[in-house]
Write a protein that binds this ligand. Structure first.
Ligand code: ADP
Ligand code: TRP
Length: 328
C-alpha cells in the first residue's frame, strides 16, 4: 500500500482530457486500496489573477466533479488546500532552502512569465515550492502527474533531500508517476496539440458540462482527413483521436470499434460518437448538478477531509519545526 497524492487546480472548465487524464486515474488508484490524498489547489490558483466569485464557484465545481467521477471521500482524503494552513507554513520553510537559480529554471514559470516583465508576481515564481510543500507534508511516496509537472516533481525531490541532509531524515523523497501518452486526448480542432481549456476555440474540447447539442456540433466539426476510413492509425491524428475518445467513453477497444465502421463513412461514425459521449456524460452531469445543488453536503465533505489532512500535516510540522530549531 502506497501513499499516493495528487492535486488539481480548480478551474471553471474541466474537459474529457482532464477527466481521462487526471480524474479517472485517481478513481482507479483508490480502488486498488492505496492511501489516497486529493485536493483542489486554490492557493496555486491565485498565482494568476482570480475573480473571488469565480474562484469560489470553481472550487465547488471541482469538488462536485471529483465526487461525480467516483472519488469516495471515505477512501480518498478529499479537501481544499487553503483549509490546511500547514501547506503555506511548510512552503515558507522550504523557501528558505530553495535557490533562486533552480526556480528560475522552471519552464512553466518561464512560459507564464512571458510578457509580464517586472510585474510578474512572487507567487507565480514560488508556485513550485508550494507544490513541494503539498507533497512532502504527507510523507507521499507516489505522485501521479502529467508530463508537464515532471520538473516540479524533481524540485520537490531536491528540496526533500536538501532538507534531510541539513536537518536529518525528515521527508520521504517522492517518486513521480508520469502518466503515459495513452490517456492524452488531443484537440478536436487541432489533433496535433493536446485538448486544453486554454485553446483559442471552444471547438477544441468537450467540456464535462457540454449539452447534447454542443457535443453533436463539436464532433461534427472535428478535424479528420480525406481518407474516409475509420482506423486507429497514429499517423492520421484526427481520426485516431476520435477513435480513442470513442474507446474511452464506451470502454471498448478501438480494434473492435473499427470493425463496426468497416465500409461506413465518417458521418455515421461521428454521429454515433457524439451519441456515445452524451450517454457517457449524462450521469456525470446529473451527479455534478446534484452536488452543486447541495452545497451544504459539499462543505461537510470538505470539512471532514480537511480535518483528516490536517491531523497528518500537523504531526509532520511538529517534527519539521523541531528540526529547524523553532520549537522551544
Ligand atoms: P488545461 O490544458 O485544460 O488547462 P491543465 O493543464 O489544467 O489542463 O491540466 C489539468 C490536469 O489534466 C493535468 O493533470 C493534466 O495532465 C491533465 N490533462 C490536461 N489536458 C489533458 C489532455 N488533453 N489529455 C489528458 N490529460 C490532460
Ligand atoms: N501544479 C499541478 C498542476 O498544475 C497541481 C499541483 C499542485 C500538484 N500541488 C500538487 C500536483 C501536488 C501533484 C502534487 O497540475
Amino acid at each position: 500500500m502506497s501513499r499516493i497524492l495528487t492535486a488539481l487546480q480548480p478551474s471553471g472548465i474541466l474537459h474529457i482530457g482532464n477527466y481521462f487524464g487526471a480524474i479517472e486515474p485517481m478513481v482507479r488508484l483508490q480502488e486498488e486500496g492505496n492511501e489516497n490524498i486529493l485536493f483542489a489547489v486554490d492557493y496555486h490558483a491565485i498565482t494568476v489573477p482570480q475573480d473571488p466569485g469565480d474562484l469560489r464557484a470553481n472550487l465547488y465545481y471541482a469538488i462536485a466533479t471529483y465526487l461525480a467521477a467516483g472519488i469516495d471521500p471515505e477512501k480518498t482524503i478529499l479537501f481544499q488546500q487553503s483549509r490546511v494552513r500547514e501547506h503555506t507554513e511548510l512552503a515558507w520553510i522550504l523557501n528558505c532552502i530553495a535557490h533562486m537559480g533552480e526556480l528560475e529554471r522552471m519552464t512553466q514559470f518561464k512560459d507564464k512569465a512571458v510578457g509580464k516583465g517586472e510585474a510578474v508576481t512572487v507567487g507565480l515564481f514560488d508556485y513550485p515550492v508550494l507544490m513541494a510543500a503539498d507533497i512532502l507534508l504527507y510523507d507521499t511516496e507516489v505522485v501521479p502527474v502529467g508530463e508537464d509537472q515532471k520538473q516540479h516533481l524533481e524540485l520537490a525531490r531536491d528540496l526533500a533531500e536538501r532538507f534531510n541532509n541539513r536537518f536529518g531524515d525528515t521527508f520521504i523523497v517522492p517518486e513521480p508517476r508520469i502518466r503515459t501518452q495513452g490517456a492524452r486526448i488531443m484537440g478536436l480542432d487541432d489533433p496535433t496539440k493536446k485538448m486544453s481549456k486554454s485553446a483559442s476555440s471552444e471547438r477544441n474540447y468537450i467540456s464535462l458540462m457540454d449539452d447534447e447539442k454542443k457535443v453533436i456540433k463539436k464532433i461534427k466539426t472535428a478535424v479528420t482527413d480525406s481518407e474516409g476510413i475509420v482506423k486507429a492509425d497514429r499517423a492520421r491524428e484526427g481520426i485516431f483521436n476520435l477513435l480513442s475518445i470513442y474507446s474511452l467513453v464506451t470502454g471498448r477497444p478501438a480494434s473492435e470499434i473499427e470493425v463496426d465502421y468497416e465500409g461506413k463513412g465518417y458521418g455515421d461514425f461521428k454521429k454515433d460518437l457524439a451519441g456515445e459521449i452524451n450517454t457517457f456524460l449524462a450521469p456525470i452531469q446529473d451527479k455534478i448538478t446534484e452536488y452543486l445543488d447541495d452545497k451544504q453536503q459539499l462543505i461537510e465533505i470538505l470539512d471532514a477531509g480537511a480535518e483528516r489532512a490536517q491531523a497528518l500535516a500537523e504531526e509532520k510540522m511538529k517534527v519539521v519545526r523541531d528540526r529547524i530549531g523553532v520549537t522551544l
